[in-house]
Design a protein around this ligand. Structure first.
Ligand SMILES: [Zn+2]
Length: 262
């Protein structure tokens, strides 16, 4: 039976990092995946204006969606860096979940360092009960089954590290996962070198795919390797892990792992 997965990241590129490898495997097996960026990504550049950046990041997300075969890569019109936990956003996210009717909803954790990530997590968790309340957003019918809620990897340890309640070995798709990351050129070859790597004149102009992949692996591959280390040797090199949230439909640990298997 086809399963449906709905991923809420704060920025256009977060869902790719959170779920890209798992999405590739699930979609290949016939399951449906939708990505949502809760902000439009308008703050993620040191040179481009918001007016230039918003359509560019939209196109980058659509390029990634095409490689993946997503149902949709939706970009909500909230400003990057200024996301707020408003009633409108709670209602919008409730409608997105009700309309897509997912089996699993995945988002960030509440202890993330980025305010947009935290507020995305809060907004998504805040819908988990209201999804079932017909008088909340009465224009959008309540689905007949409640989704399971889950969190994707981060490296934060306070108040506690994330648990690997489920994992997916992504080694066989890791190069394609880097192709998804590569779609977000304004980020991985422009903004992130400037803001995170202190490379003020970075350029990947003329680089071969091999060189790009080595660069992506060097600076972002640690995330997928750290997740593999959390699987007790079951995934050797690269994994995506997921933590169960008690807020949605209750499932056993075995059922939770089985949800992510193609
Ligand atoms: Zn982000």
């Amino acid at each position: 039976m086809q399963k449906k997965f709905l991923i809420f990241g704060a920025h256009p590129d977060d869902p790719d990092l959170m779920f890209g490898g798992t999405a590739l495997k699930l979609i290949k097996a016939g399951h449906a995946v939708k990505f949502v960026s809760v902000t439009n990504g308008c703050a993620g550049h040191h040179i481009l204006s918001e007016e230039e950046l918003i359509p560019r990041r939209y196109e980058e997300a659509q390029a990634s969606a095409k490689i993946l075969g997503l149902e949709e890569y939706q970009i909500m019109d909230n400003p990057d860096g200024r996301l707020e936990n408003t009633l409108k956003n709670r209602e919008d996210i409730t409608r997105i979940i009700r309309n897509f009717r997912p089996d699993v909803v995945i988002t960030h954790r509440l202890c993330d360092y980025h305010p947009d990530h935290r507020i995305t997590a809060q907004l998504v968790l805040d819908t988990s009960f209201l999804l079932r309340v017909p008088r909340f957003c009465p224009d959008t019918p309540v689905p007949d089954h409640n989704p399971v809620f889950a969190h994707s990897f981060d490296a934060f340890t306070d108040p506690r590290p994330i648990r690997a309640d489920a994992f997916v070995d992504i080694e066989e798709v890791v190069e394609v996962k880097y192709k998804l990351v590569d779609c977000h050129k304004s980020q991985f070859y422009e903004w992130l070198p400037w803001v995170d790597l202190n490379e003020k004149n970075f350029s990947a102009e003329g680089w071969s795919w091999q060189k790009k992949m080595e660069y992506l692996e060097k600076h972002w591959g640690w995330r997928f390797k750290a997740q593999a280390k959390m699987t007790n040797g079951k995934a050797k090199h690269y994994a995506e892990i997921f933590e169960y949230s008690p807020y949605g439909r209750n499932v056993s640990p075995e059922e939770f792992q089985a949800l992510f298997e193609p």
